[in-house]
Design a protein around this ligand. Structure first.
Ligand SMILES: C[S@@+](CC[C@H](N)C(=O)[O-])C[C@H]1O[C@@H](n2cnc3c(N)ncnc32)[C@H](O)[C@@H]1O
Length: 256
């Protein structure tokens, strides 16, 4: 799936706000081994690295396009690697991820595996969007179920991998974490109009449809969804409440 760093960066202010909440959960320690899963352009990985003096921070991502933007940010103690989350090994003091794990399937297996990569006392801190129940995303799924898209997609519709806050809390507890924090937060955005909503969606969730549709069907999909969004939001500004889940916990063995 080809990411577009420019399109993703268009709503930078709105997308960076959750990072502040997530980094607020991170226990500040010095000289630790940190991995940022799905680091994207590395801008926030660098901010994370600024918070953790003398630490070794590695950003990993499966997108060469996004990592291309991260490359100039490399410095002592901050590195990036083309690596899918599923292939991560090693031992970490902090496993961090902002707005990326929603792209990785099977969280009931993924989260325990990530916890197993923590050193004793290590922390996992994750933010995932939980906006898949929003009307705009349901309309994207509805469009995918209509012809000619349904046949072109072979009936494929994007299925959310994100769990509920209770399920994340249970996963952390069942896998031996202490100091568990889990919450869901609504970020209230005001977008200019229906087209701005489409642009927001095009930078993320719609990519999985576009990558499966040959031109000109990808454009036709965008137009069909735009028609629905214009009916839903005939005039701007559009209130676009965006839900996100935050979870954090520590592996047993924390020094007192
Ligand atoms: C929405 S961006 C978030 C980027 C960054 N963490 C931020 O907050 O700005 C999601 C990133 O996850 C990456 N990604 C998606 N699936 C991945 C996977 N299986 N392994 C590694 N990275 C993945 C994408 O390439 C993309 O750069």
């Amino acid at each position: 799936m080809a990411w577009n760093p420019e399109l993703y960066g268009k709503f930078q202010k709105e997308r960076f706000a959750p990072f502040e909440d997530l980094s607020g959960l991170v226990e500040i320690r010095e000289g630790i081994d940190v991995v940022d899963l799905g680091c994207g352009t590395g801008e926030l990985t660098r901010r994370l690295s600024d918070m953790l003096p003398r630490s070794r921070v590695l950003g990993i991502d499966s997108s060469p396009e996004m990592l291309g933007k991260a490359a100039p940010r490399v410095r002592p103690g901050l590195d990036f690697e083309l690596l899918p989350v599923q292939d991560l090994g090693g031992e970490w003091d902090l496993v961090f991820s902002n707005a990326a794990l929603q792209w990785v399937p099977d969280h009931p297996r993924l989260v325990p595996r990530l916890i197993s990569l923590l050193k004793p006392g290590g922390q996992i801190a994750v933010q995932v969007p939980s906006n898949h129940v929003h009307i705009t995303q349901l309309l994207a799924g509805e469009t995918a179920g209509e012809e000619p898209f349904r046949s072109a997609l072979g009936g494929w519709v994007r299925q959310p991998s994100v769990l509920t806050i209770t399920e994340y809390a249970e996963l952390l507890y069942e896998n031996g974490c202490t100091g568990i924090t889990v919450f869901e937060k609504v970020f209230p955005h005001a977008l200019d109009d229906a087209r701005a909503v489409l642009e927001w969606l095009s930078g993320t969730v719609l990519l999985s449809y576009f990558s499966r549709l040959q031109p000109p069907l990808d454009e036709a999909f965008r137009d069909a969804l735009m028609e629905k969004l214009e009916k839903l939001y005939p005039e701007g500004p559009v209130f676009y409440p965006f839900r996100r889940i935050f979870f954090s916990g520590f592996r047993a063995g924390r020094p007192d």
